[in-house]
Write a protein that binds this ligand. Sequence first.
Ligand code: NAD
Length: 478
Amino acid sequence: IPVDPFDLVIFGGTGDLARRKILPALFRRFVAGQIEGDVRLIGAARGDMDRDGYRAMARAAITEFGGEESARKKDLTAFLDLLDFVTLDARGTEGWEPLAALMRPDRIRAFYFSVAPALFGDLAKRLHKHGMADERSRIVVEKPFGRDLDTARDLNRTLARHFSEGQIYRIDHYLGKETVQNLMAIRFGNVLFEPLWNSQYVDHIQITVAESVGVGGRGDYYDKSGAMRDMVQNHMMQLLCLIAMEPPAKFEPDAVRDEKLKVIRALDPVARRNVVRGQYEGDGTQPGYRNQVGNRDSTTESFVALKAHISNWRWAGTPFYLRTGKRLRDRASEIAVVFKDAPHSIFGADAGRHRNILTIRLQPNEGIELGVTIKEPGPGGMRLIDVPLDMTFAEALGPEEADFPDAYERLIMDVIRGNQTLFMRGDEVEAAWAWTDPIIADWEEEGATPLDYATGSSGPDDALMLMHRDGRRWREIR
Ligand code: NAD
């Protein structure tokens, strides 16, 4: 279904994110027929460039990052016709009048802040000053949203001076992932799972976001941030919320976000012994973390594992284990809901220990797997084995249907439609910082360095111990 006509300004329209994600996403929505001709897409950034130069840059970016669709040359040319460019300084006066002149009356206006967060306030202020912050306007804000509670609060306050909460779209691209939304469909669209979705039946939950790559060229940024700020406070917290929240009464923005907020607020502070942080070592061919970021004394973590508790009626007693890191064995993201043992084994001790595990795979091979226990085939008596009921979406739905839009496609279209369900509200972000801040502060106070771990491993041994001492173990990163 095509969206209403709109004007979209991409501040930072020549940057890495715009080239790799935003422009290709818009192009694919154009090919899909969701964006029609009466749309204006305006890149706004520093630097000398004109409209033709911007179109040439966008053509190159879409050809490189746009996937199969970018082979459709006619579509690409038609799409590029929608693009315009304004040289603009977020902190100065240059470019603001020309930009205002390009905005058409009676159009939805979206402003994508794809620039360094330090400029978010400047952009909001100038949009207001130049008459572009009216009720048809909305702003899209990239991560990181602050680096702790204080900075996030300041940012919320600054934006609130010029835009209402209903106009602010804080992006967490994890929420745009098809499988993440499916998590809600699975929980609240089936009767099968919800009755079991509590501490009476769930032993524990594991959330893993493992990357095999290191910090690459982002070393400067990453070293000031670390896995806790870059991954746990936002993406993993969102996954945890969707797994743990109470059923919202409706699939509507504030109904969903209210429930997520309650989860974050119910999180206990994490004790020092329940957190492990690590830094990857080099492996002969690839440099170790400290070398790679060019900071020999860096204590920034490229790995975190922790045990969280949600103190509410549903989850008291069921731990949530989170781990994320770079240079791990493989690139794999999944949520595993590990159910409790059957209360009594009629098959005796020989049958071994078997558990149902529901796994939601975010990557690779997005899909869902339910481990069930069955009899091992053959005449050998009642031996039990676990087999997966596996639903890889690509197989279950066919390759066409499972060709999911990229998270950015979905989220940008939601901005135009005015649907904030998959965006973080200001109070959610603040609550998440309020939970992670003491963990980071404790590291600073403790003064210890992160533990080394080998490239290609599954993190420091202490992370394994975090589970072992509870009589549990991490699922293998495959
Ligand atoms: P980048 O450095 O590649 O691009 C920055 C853009 O901002 C350029 O277009 C530049 O011209 C413009 N710019 C810089 N100063 C300006 C000023 N004073 N006035 C106007 N324009 C100015 O950065 P990026 O990697 O594209 O990241 C943009 C934002 O997205 C950041 O907030 C970043 O944290 C966030 N982000 C990036 C990625 C990513 O993969 N690149 C992922 C998640 C979030």
